[in-house]
Design a protein around this ligand. Sequence first.
Ligand code: HEC
Length: 147
Amino acid sequence: MRVVRCVGMGVLCVVVLVWQEAAAFHPSIYAPRVPEGELERIQEMESPFRERQEYVDKGAKIYFGKGECVTCHSNDGTGVKLPGHQPRDFTDAKWQDLRTDGELMWVLENGSPGTGMPIRVGTVITKDEGWWVIQFIRAYRGARKEN
Ligand code: HEC
């Protein structure tokens, strides 16, 4: 897309490209983290676990325990202050609605490149534990009203 847009724009085009790369990632917290070519497939990836309180509870154990999510995402899910990209605020209903479970799993398996969000699945937690912690994260949705 960028390349196509740039044809014929000469020097100005170069400036725009450099600016986009420097901003590296994330004009917005709502922009997808999954690379464009994979997005559709990842968005359709579904959790093998149906929504159940049992899994939310297991997910909470991971969040506050070996997943270490709480150290950055905090007790109330709004996130601690860090330099650079802020941890995602899980109480943001707009963000919750935009992301599918598949996209959240992608972030757990790949981290969010260019930010402090580390790879979690395959390093400190299993994929099943990842699906449980995603159910727990969904429980933060709507804890804030203005969205
Ligand atoms: C060292 C700090 C740190 C830890 C530990 C951490 N995160 Fe994150 N997390 C971040 C940051 C920073 C972001 C924002 C990344 C971005 O803007 O792309 C983030 C973003 C996310 C996102 C949102 C990605 C998106 O698509 O918008 C999810 C979901 C997430 N983290 C889940 C978790 C879970 C679950 C754990 C524990 C298993 C965890 N994180 C542990 C720092 C952390």
